[in-house]
Design a binder for this molecule. Structure first.
Ligand code: B12
Ligand code: SF4
Length: 519
């Protein structure tokens, strides 16, 4: 049987990285079946195109995974596929919480033939076998022999065949620049950010987050050896095709067990398996100097920190009191001293937020080392404690907000400001943090670092800006380049003088500084 695994886009922004679940389920598919992957972010498709594709490619089963914000698109695509007679199984965080919606048991239309609840590592092979003999069941739940919910151990993690998987759709290097970039240094003909997990689960239980409910509060880890081997495989692939690879450790809190993280990072260094990597780590765990040393030495370049708010009252409200705004600056400085920078994520529209929250937050940010701030709105995702609290208080204005996804739009009323005011704060945050002046300042703040770091922060900022201001066509990029022409021309001039100043003129990664290459 030919199986298509499909992840829809959100219709607004493009994701920079493929989804791990597709590669994982592909590796866990029983022998005798062929699996093709389509990520809507890399290959945008509409309903007619996907229906045509499954017919022409003789697909016998389609698996669709989606977050809440992509679910409306996922349902539309599923409807189109089922209309041509091909069964659809859906999985992922949204349908796990809203299985009745996907199966049409709550009065609405049915979108999926089957739903995989929770982690599907162990149920997927069963789903494929049932589909192959036309006996799909409605629901597949990960349970043990006694009918109790069971979480897969990650000790026997499948080897994802990174050396063989067709990754053409995930190359971030524009076709037009490919040939020139291939000749630079170690080769930049391809650049891919690859998702990798080293563990699952988070015990912190922040009110707005689905992770503790979905993956459980018991943390499970892969062996160091299996992570190191995967890194080595990826590194070898990048080298063999004259390209670059960076890894996003998608663990919710990569340093949740500091002792284990240090041991993994030491093993990565010992095996020479360093690649540039990004990971999510909460600020409280970055107090440890030795951990931060190891992060830098093992290839860590960017750390995603869910700061959420600079107001301790807000943090307490959402059960994230372990974040201490008073230490954010020190944490970021500790990272920056080792040339590791932060993606700092903030949520506006929290219950203690008032008008002006964006400017107050930006004022703090401006005192920190350069980074990539991102701003979102408090969103009640299904089945989270936040959803239940707001529902009980009658504060949900769009209880089924996912049925019509609107980017950066609240689905409940904040306590101390209006919805429109919260939207304006997010807009102000993005506008000020990514203005040409702010871009120039970020680049300038790294003037003592090698040029590569400045180019890196500039490119990363140009891309991150697109999360709020979608830059979907060549015209919007041209406009952006024009707005930032002064910074660009300084970087280009400096690049030329660096190049001309070298005895043999090769523009190597060293001459640019090892900051190039992430995000
Ligand atoms: C990496 C990541 C991202 C990446 C993008 C996704 C990517 N390319 O990988 C980035 C950083 C860009 C991102 C952004 C966002 N993310 Co995110 N992200 C994650 C994260 C940390 C890891 C995802 C992952 O790979 N997990 C590991 C795999 C193995 O687990 P999985 O995907 O759940 O898959 C398993 C099962 O669900 C199931 N399954 C999944 N799909 C399918 C499909 C089929 C057919 C079957 C049978 C089974 C199945 O089987 C898999 C194996 O067990 C998760 C949290 C988490 N730990 O999962 C949040 C998470 C998915 N993100 C979340 C959110 C909210 C967002 C944002 C909206 C945040 C924001 N406010 O901006 C944005 C939206 C981005 C967009 N494109 O619009 C939520 C989604 C909750 C929900 N109900 O939708 C999560 C769960 C975190 C949370 N705080 O609750 N994210
Ligand atoms: S620390 Fe991160 S992953 Fe863990 S519950 Fe809080 S927001 Fe979710």
């Amino acid at each position: 049987m030919r199986i298509l695994l499909y992840n829809p886009d959100n219709g607004v922004t493009r994701n920079f990285m493929p989804h791990l679940w597709m590669f994982l389920l592909q590796s866990l598919t029983p022998e005798g079946h062929e699996v093709v992957l389509i990520d809507g972010n890399a290959q945008p498709m509409d309903e007619a195109a996907i229906a045509r594709y499954v017919r022409e490619q003789n697909i016998g089963l389609v698996g669709i995974g989606a977050m809440t914000r992509m679910i409306a698109k996922a349902y539309r695509m599923a409807d189109a596929i089922r209309a041509v007679g091909v069964p659809v199984v859906m999985g992922g965080p949204h349908v796990t919480e809203e299985a009745d919606e996907a199966l049409g048991r709550n009065g609405g239309p049915r979108h999926a033939d089957a739903v995989a609840l929770g982690e599907a590592d162990e149920t997927w092979p069963r789903i494929v076998r049932d589909a192959a003999c036309g006996q799909l069941k409605d629901i597949y739940a990960p349970v043990d022999a006694f009918g109790q919910e069971s979480k897969p151990s990650l000790k026997e993690y499948p080897a994802i065949p990174w050396d063989k998987i067709n990754l053409a759709q995930f190359n971030l290097v524009p076709k037009i620049a490919k040939r020139t970039l291939q000749r630079i240094g170690d080769g930049w003909g391809t650049f891919r950010i690859i998702p990798m997990e080293s563990g699952r689960g988070c015990p912190y239980g922040c009110e707005f987050c689905t992770v503790t409910g979905f993956f459980g509060d018991s943390i499970r880890f892969r062996t160091n050896e299996s992570v190191v081997n995967e890194l080595l495989l990826l590194k070898a692939r990048a080298k063999s095709e004259g390209g670059q690879i960076a890894v996003f450790f998608i663990d919710d809190n990569f340093a949740i067990n500091i002792k284990r993280t240090k041991s993994l990072l030491r093993d990565i260094i010992a095996a020479g398996a360093q690649v540039h990597w990004v990971a999510q780590i909460s600020a409280n765990l970055l107090r440890d100097e030795e951990l931060v040393d190891l992060i830098a030495a093992s290839g860590g370049k960017w750390v995603f920190i869910g700061m959420e708010s600079i107001d301790p009252a807000n943090l307490a409200d959402v059960n994230k009191g372990f974040n201490k705004p008073g230490e954010y600056a020190a944490v970021l400085a500790r990272l920056a001293e080792r040339n590791v920078y932060a993606i700092t994520s903030f949520i506006f529209g929290m219950d203690n937020d008032t008008v002006g929250v964006a400017e107050r937050t930006l004022k703090e940010i401006r005192t920190w080392p350069a980074g990539l701030p991102i701003f979102g709105l408090l969103t009640p995702l299904p089945a989270t404690p936040l959803y239940k609290r707001l529902e009980a208080a009658g504060r949900l204005t769009r209880p089924k907000h996912w049925q019509e996804f609107i980017p950066f739009a609240m689905a409940h009323t904040p306590l101390k400001m209006t919805i429109a005011e919260a939207h304006a704060e997010v807009k102000a945050g993005w506008g000020a943090a990514y203005s040409p002046e702010a871009m120039a300042q970020a680049v300038d703040s790294l003037k003592d670092k090698p040029l590569g770091y400045r180019i890196n922060i500039f490119i990363a900022r140009m891309c991150f800006r697109g999360i709020y201001f979608p830059q979907m066509g060549p015209l919007s990029w041209l406009k952006l380049i024009y707005q930032n022409r002064h910074t660009i021309s300084h970087l280009v001039k400096e690049g030329f003088s660096t190049w001309r100043g070298r005895p043999d003129n090769p523009v190597t990664n060293e001459s640019l500084g090892s900051g190039v290459g992430v995000t």
